[in-house]
Design a protein around this ligand. Structure first.
Ligand code: C2E
Ligand code: CA
Ligand code: CA
Ligand code: CA
Length: 273
């Protein structure tokens, strides 16, 4: 587990065995990697549970290294953040994400993750804006996800970046909601229009206090006219409880795992039929 590997990083070798390697070695491999060739995006649907439609897909980074095999994003994103590689990585991924958005049906939005580095780096934000504007993709079809933790790291910079994205017409979601601190004041001060309630709250469906918490988050979002998305939804019973609590948007293994673009196209076509 991550807690027990003492600063090492979890990677998966080509034979799918979990391996631990030093962060330094991982950093060196990432630095030498051909990002455009080795990185790709896996796509997970975000479903409107009331209408049964697909509202958006979240793009999740995948690294298949010819040396290391598949490295999970939690590992390489953290390394990229620490070693000055995040700017290049984000732009390579965004370019791929915009290409995917252009190929998706117009009513499906594309949700893209920004890291703490990205939203506190003016050069990165300017490059993001330029890339979005050049892409020809309607900005209102893009959602940028920023985590609560990243926002807390430099609130003023984060607020500025979020305003910039919103001024283009993009949507911005506060990701992993509930895992950071002073969430209520953040919700109030940031021009976000979506919240993704962290998956650690989903087991709460099974207890009275958990349901009360989920209900009050939902009510808070409604009162602020913020779209609320439940992440990490894994079971039928979670969906029905969340729907009773007023939730409308769901993402999780119950609907679909993240998948490559071609598989997503098939998955969408099968729902149409
Ligand atoms: P996240 O943004 O919170 O993404 C959701 C994570 O939950 C994904 O893990 C997804 O595969 C997983 N997930 C989805 N549904 C379920 C479910 O029902 N149950 C469970 N247990 N898990 C579910 P993944 O793809 O391993 O990504 C991990 C994290 O890495 C992401 O968390 C995000 O913080 C970061 N990440 C991934 N791609 C990018 C990226 O392109 N840029 C940045 N900055 N960070 C990224
Ligand atoms: Ca996310
Ligand atoms: Ca999340
Ligand atoms: Ca997360």
């Amino acid at each position: 587990s991550k807690a027990s590997n003492r600063g090492g990083v979890t990677v998966y070798s080509a034979d799918h065995e979990t391996k631990i390697m030093s962060a330094k070695a991982l950093e060196a491999t990432l630095r030498a990697a051909d990002l455009d060739a080795e990185m790709h995006l896996s796509l997970q649907p975000i479903v409107n549970g009331r209408h049964g439609t697909v509202a958006a897909v979240e793009a999740l980074a995948r690294w298949t290294s010819p040396i290391l095999g598949n490295v999970p994003p939690d590992s390489f994103i953290a390394v990229a953040e620490r070693s000055g590689l995040m700017h290049d990585l984000t732009l390579v991924l965004l370019k791929k994400a915009l290409g995917i958005a252009a190929r998706l049906p117009g009513e499906i939005k594309l949700s893209f993750n920004l890291s703490a580095h990205d939203i506190t780096s003016p050069p990165t934000m300017l490059a993001i804006v330029a890339m979005v504007q050049r892409s020809g993709v309607d900005a209102t079809r893009l959602i940028f996800e920023v985590t609560e933790t990243a926002v807390i790291r430099d609130f003023n910079a984060a607020e500025h970046s979020i305003r910039l994205l919103r001024s283009l017409g993009c949507h911005v979601a506060l990701d992993d909601f509930g895992t950071g601190y002073s969430s209520l004041s953040h919700l109030h001060r940031l021009p976000i229009d979506r919240v993704k309630i962290d998956r650690s709250f989903m087991p709460g469906c099974n207890s009275e206090t958990g349901r009360n918490l989920l209900r009050s988050v939902r009510a808070l979002c409604t009162s602020m006219e913020i779209v609320c998305i439940a992440e990490g939804v894994e079971t039928d019973s979670q969906v029905s409880i969340l729907r009773q609590l007023g939730y409308e948007f769901f993402q999780g293994y119950h609907y679909a795992r993240p998948m490559p673009f071609e598989a997503l196209e098939e998955w969408l076509a099968a729902r149409e039929a």
